[in-house]
Design a protein around this ligand. Structure first.
Ligand code: ANZ
Length: 836
């Protein structure tokens, strides 16, 4: 390097070139997605952000850069690419902000969207902004409500009184996942279980398809997570008659009907409707106290409690096989909403039952033995494995020694023949509680008849709302907009803040006649994200009022080929969206069973201290600051270079500085004098360039961006050390680098004398002859010990390898006087003799 001061334009100055190219892309609508006949399409989708008040987080650009590289690369491979972006903009934080400040959530949302959009543009993502969606836009809400009506029409949206997690502090019902240790995840308010009228979506009706259709998807371990969440389990329902209540029976769900002769008591969940009916006088008080205490705990607290508790009801039931009378208990380790909410307890073969029986002195009867023959000692622990039967009394259909599986099917068949049982599949998945008592969500498009003496809108009016007769809002009246409120506080009306908007809530058709009341619950934030990938299919200029998306847009782009987003969405968002998609499939609105073909979760970016980034820890890295200091291209490349995309990794300031120096070097190599003289493009450089093309291409396809970057670093180092830098090498480097560092790519491309843009320039191809390693050095082993090395052509055949190895003196010395029993040769890797 000379010491002469360089002119500013000679320095790599991202703050000058990045805005220049962002403006260029905007003005030329460079990334507008268009379908051309005969071309392959690629739909690359990001999980759209919730536009929070805090602005973009450095975690966002990680996934967004990965998809942007794939999108830009694919355009250069002559594919038609759809790469859209939008805003998941309903949600609790905006509402909480409104409650604190009085600012309307819409105003805060508009401002936050503007910030996010500025930041995403600053990072040079190649989104087709003409397809931007905002889930809070009435033109979008309209179609979310339309899908709700389709669910309602098919009986998939229904109301139920269910125990919910009522959080008075937030004034809303929370999903189980939103409750941590009995407190709301947001705000940390206490949560109690209350029965409340809710809208439910019958996702359980799709449980089998949601599980089965996972098989065809290219998803990571998320598949296993969803399978676990759905929790399919094959078993039987069995009825136990209640002694002295001849019409009543307790129905249990079990996966181990083979253990039926070993049942020594039956347990009801505290919420089970038979608890109140069957409890005798003597036990009434203790049962009531127990049930009340159980209501205060969440399902998770209950199932994970260290010691299981329960109380007897005083009633007895009859074992349908043996006729034995056994006691009925209530215990909170039984969950009301799983199976039938009642369990047949087999202490000898189930751990929970075993623990419970020991605690309360209930009998333990062993009926299954290990297949090997010896008895299981169930004194200390239950024998929970499958085995063979050894029943305490003769049951002709199932002789002793019958394997568990066989015994199960025979017992189930016998019970069915007696009308006392049936095979059943149960799912852990529950129906989806779909209503929220919040303002900032989509109004549920339903209303109800009202009985009232006068105008129900006047303060103090009395009225009855007939929730049992829900009426759908006609499609022609959608969107049903939110009313304006001055006060967004939840208040203590479980009907939610919309109940206070009396002029919105109550209405008469044509201003006369009977009164009606609108539903005051709104949809959860999940609703808008269930179908946004469909709304992107049409550009805004083509979006019409007749349909949620066009058949043409659908045919052009669906299904989504690659979907990238955070692992925190592995279950809920992805399950809910798949559920809606399947309903839309059933009504003929979409053509594929599954929306997302390939899924990748990016790993979380931790703070420099290895901890999760949090304001309170002071370890948050702001993308605006990084871009100001190093530029967007450096941020993009650094986030890709940190490690494999799926892995969690800590931010490192010296890491981004290293990437900055790399881009500097690229700049110097590429903007200095370049040689077009073929002699300057020597063999070694040509080989390295072609190997780089091969590796970068391969790595992008496999989403291994970190190794693609390090490969380019090696090439740049090599070029930087040349006396003469070949023009063609730099041209190729510019193309390879451009999906990663698009601004720098465009700038260099222009400086190399090309007309902008390189966005649709052909991706470089490698010459197979130039990537082949001519010769490799391979170690030669004799009985596993390294005894010499040989140099072989990479594709040398076995005989050549043997002869070459035998020509090595040291190898020969070790073979002398011995017989070669085996010769192993793996091209390019192993030459090995086994001698005896
Ligand atoms: C008798 C039995 C004997 C059981 C045995 C297991 C082992 P999965 O596989 O998760 O579906 N169960 C059923 N309903 C329940 C509820 N509402 N709350 C808590 N536990 C419940 O589990 C099914 C098993 O979990 C069922 O099979 C039942 O216990 C219990 F040696 O019945 B089993």
């Amino acid at each position: 390097m000379s010491d002469e001061p360089r002119r500013p334009s000679d320095r790599y100055d991202p703050s000058a070139i990045e805005p220049k190219w962002q403006r260029y892309w905007d003005e030329h609508a460079t990334f507008r997605a268009e379908r051309r006949p005969g071309k392959t399409k690629l739909y690359v989708l990001d999980m759209f952000p919730y536009p929070s008040g805090a602005g973009l987080h450095v975690g966002h650009p990680e996934g967004y850069t990965a998809t942007d590289i794939v999108a830009r690369y694919s355009r250069m491979r002559d594919k038609d690419v759809l790469h859209p972006m939008g805003w998941d903009a309903f949600g609790l934080p905006a509402e909480q902000h409104a409650i604190r400040t009085g600012e309307h959530p819409r105003d805060a949302t508009v401002r936050n969207i503007a910030t996010f959009k500025r930041q995403l543009k600053m990072l040079g993502f190649s989104f087709d902004w003409s397809r931007e969606v905002d889930t809070t836009d009435p033109a979008y809400v309209r179609w979310t409500q339309w899908i709700f009506l389709k669910l309602f029409e098919r009986g998939l949206a229904y109301q139920a009184e269910i125990p919910v997690n009522w959080c008075a502090g937030l004034g809303t019902v929370l999903a189980n996942e939103e409750v941590v240790d009995g407190k709301s995840e947001v705000g940390g308010f206490s949560v109690e279980r209350l029965p409340l009228r809710q809208w439910m979506l019958k996702i359980t009706a799709y449980a089998d398809r949601l599980e089965g259709d996972l098989a065809d998807l290219d998803w990571p371990d998320t598949k296993a997570k969803q399978i676990h969440w759905i929790g399919r389990s094959e078993g039987a329902e069995i009825d136990f008659d209640v002694v002295g209540h001849e019409k009543e029976h307790v129905r249990v769900f079990t996966t181990r009907a083979d253990t039926l002769p070993g049942v020594t008591y039956v347990v009801l969940a505290p919420e089970h409707p038979l608890v109140g009916k069957l409890v005798d006088e003597e036990h009434a008080a203790s049962v009531r106290a127990y049930v009340e205490a159980a209501n205060k705990k969440s399902d998770i607290d209950r199932t994970e409690a260290k010691t299981k508790t329960g109380v007897p009801l005083g009633a007895r039931v009859r074992n349908p096989i043996s006729g034995a009378q056994i006691p009925l208990w209530v215990a909170d380790y039984v969950i009301a909403t799983y199976g039938t909410g009642a369990v047949m307890a087999v202490p000898a073969h189930d751990e929970r039952d075993h623990e419970f029986a020991r605690a309360y002195g209930l009998p333990i009867v062993e009926v299954i033995a290990p297949a090997g023959g010896q008895r299981a000692d169930v004194g200390a622990a239950a024998f929970v494995d499958e085995g063979v039967t050894g029943y305490p009394h003769i049951f002709a259909d199932v002789p002793d020694g019958t394997p568990s599986a066989e015994a199960r099917s025979r017992i189930t068949a016998w019970l069915a023949s007696q009308g006392k049982g049936a095979a059943r599949v149960s799912y852990r998945l529950r129906d989806w509680v779909f209503s929220r008592q919040r303002y900032w969500g989509e109004p549920i498009p339903i209303y109800f008849p009202v009985t009232t003496a006068g105008d129900p809108r006047v303060p103090g009016a009395t009225f009855t709302i007939h929730y049992e007769t829900p009426i759908p809002v006609p499609e022609s009246e959608l969107p049903l907009r939110l009313p304006d409120l001055d006060d967004f506080k939840p208040g203590n009306d479980p009907a939610g803040p919309l109940a206070r908007a009396a002029r919105w809530r109550f209405f008469q058709t044509d201003g006369a006649g009977p009164w009606y009341a609108r539903e005051t619950n709104t949809m959860p934030q999940w609703a808008g994200s269930c179908w946004y990938y469909l709304r992107y299919l049409d550009a805004q200029r083509d979006r019409n009022d007749r349909e949620a998306w066009s058949a043409k847009g659908y045919g052009d782009w669906m299904p989504v080929d690659l979907y990238v987003g955070g692992g925190e969405h592995a279950v809920l968002h992805l399950l809910y969206a798949r559920f809606w998609h399947k309903v839309l499939f059933d009504i003929g609105a979409v053509k594929d069973r599954e929306p997302f073909q390939k899924l990748v979760h990016q790993g979380i970016i931790l703070g420099e201290d290895g901890q999760k980034m949090a304001k309170s820890r002071g370890n948050v890295v702001n993308p605006d600051d990084v871009v100001k200091a190093h530029g967007a291209d450096a941020l993009r490349i650094y986030e890709m270079f940190m490690g494999p995309i799926e892995q969690a990794k800590p931010w490192q300031t010296n890491g981004i500085e290293g990437v900055s120096r790399f881009l500097d070097r690229v700049w110097h190599v590429s903007t200095g004098p370049l040689s077009k003289d073929p002699a300057a493009y020597d063999e070694a450089t040509r080989r390295l360039v072609h190997k780089t093309i091969q590796k970068v291409t391969h790595d992008i396809e496999a989403l291994r961006f970190n190794t693609a970057v390090s490969t380019m670093m090696i090439l740049v180092k090599h070029l930087g050390a040349r006396k003469e830098v070949p023009f063609d090498a730099v041209r190729t480097l510019t193309l390879l680098l451009s999906p990663f560092a698009p601004h720098l790519g465009e700038e260099l491309w222009e400086r190399l004398g090309h007309a902008p843009s390189l966005a649709y320039e052909r991706w470089p191809e490698f010459d197979p002859a130039l990537v082949r390693d001519e010769a490799v050095e391979i170690g030669v082993q004799v009985n596993g010990k390294l005894r010499g090395t040989v140099t072989l052509a990479v594709d040398a055949d076995e005989e050549t390898a043997r002869q070459t190895a035998l020509a090595e003196e040291r190898v020969r010395a070790h073979l002398e006087g011995k017989t070669v029993k085996k010769f192993i040769y793996v091209k390019g890797k192993i030459v090995s003799f086994i001698v005896g």
